[in-house]
Ligand binder design. Structure first.
Ligand SMILES: Nc1ncnc2c1ncn2[C@@H]1O[C@H](COP(=O)(O)OP(=O)(O)OP(=O)(O)O)[C@@H](O)[C@H]1O
Length: 272
């Protein structure tokens, strides 16, 4: 594994109190190396989103530590916390609810840079134009509102929004599961391309093992808030050690239409 950039150590999270308490995460530890795409997989309710939400501060863990490039957001100085918030960005599952319908695309894309600060108007403009070009959007799209875009285009806008502040880590929470099957492949390929071009480190949450196999180099398998298994993708797919991982693998439909499309799109692109 490359040098770890993101570390989660002994994470615990419980929701509710007393008889209704639910232990969502129990002693979760894993690392994501610089430049890796690591898949975080598990069934619905296994705690994947809770981990991501703890990583971006939307939930507060009960115990355990998180660290990014040596920065622990709980004890960090103001300057380090600012760096953490800038360099660790998230792409949400549903591009229909994650983009403010009252804002234009330009406003949506400028907002993170205005919140974080330190970007001149010229920087903001250059960054937006460079990235929309990379993801296949056009300058005239900037004056429109999200309702004028398809699900796939909205997720491209959401991806650009996460990239404008020049992050090093992208946390993707099921970023294609709300999209039509026909566009899932394009968005997966886009994430793969952006990861390579911008040298991003990606933690990719999915319940879909076929998608993760296509995209990721390493896997963290979560079972009811506990890590069942971690390892390199080929090794885990060839010989899963944990019974829960084996059961998850057996549930993968073959062949997978999304991945067939993704592979075909890449072959066509390579042939051009
Ligand atoms: N705010 C909350 N209050 C109470 N329980 C919660 C809360 N957030 C999550 N949970 C519970 O914690 C468990 C883990 O939820 P989480 O959303 O992290 O799972 P997940 O693996 O991301 O599932 P999915 O694939 O369906 O998104 C679930 O049982 C969920 O009901």
């Amino acid at each position: 594994m490359p040098e770890p950039l993101l570390k989660v150590d002994g994470l615990q999270k419980r929701f509710g109190r007393g008889k209704n308490a639910y232990q969502a995460l129990t002693d979760v530890s894993f690392e994501v190396g610089q430049g890796e795409i690591v898949g975080l997989v598990g069934e619905s309710g296994s705690g994947k989103s809770t981990i991501i939400r703890c990583l971006v501060g939307l939930e507060k863990e009960d115990a355990g530590t998180i660290s990014y490039d040596g920065i622990d957001p709980v004890s960090a100085s103001k300057a380090d916390l600012r760096r953490y918030r800038r360099e660790v960005q998230m792409v949400f599952q549903d591009p229909y609810s994650s983009l403010d319908p009252r804002m234009t695309v330009q406003e949506i894309l400028e907002e993170p840079m205005l919140v974080i600060g330190g970007f001149s108007p010229a920087d903001r403009r250059a960054r937006i134009h460079e990235l929309i070009d990379m993801v296949g959007l056009l300058p005239e799209h900037l004056t429109r509102h999200p309702r004028h875009f398809s699900g796939g285009q909205r997720q491209r806008i959401a991806i650009v929004r996460s990239l404008v502040v020049d992050p090093r880590v992208l946390l993707c929470d099921e970023p294609v599961s709300a999209l039509d099957v026909s566009v899932q492949a394009q968005v997966l390929n886009l994430i793969k391309d952006m990861q390579r071009r911008l040298d991003l480190t990606v933690l990719f949450v999915s319940h879909d093992l076929a998608v993760v196999k296509y995209l990721c180099t390493r896997l963290v398998v979560l079972d009811k808030g506990v890590i069942a298994e971690t390892g390199d993708v080929p090794a885990i797919y060839d010989a899963p050690q944990d019974p829960y991982t084996r059961a998850l693998m057996e549930a993968v439909p073959v062949p997978d239409p999304v991945l067939e499309r993704a592979r075909r799109a890449r072959r066509l692109e390579a042939a051009r």
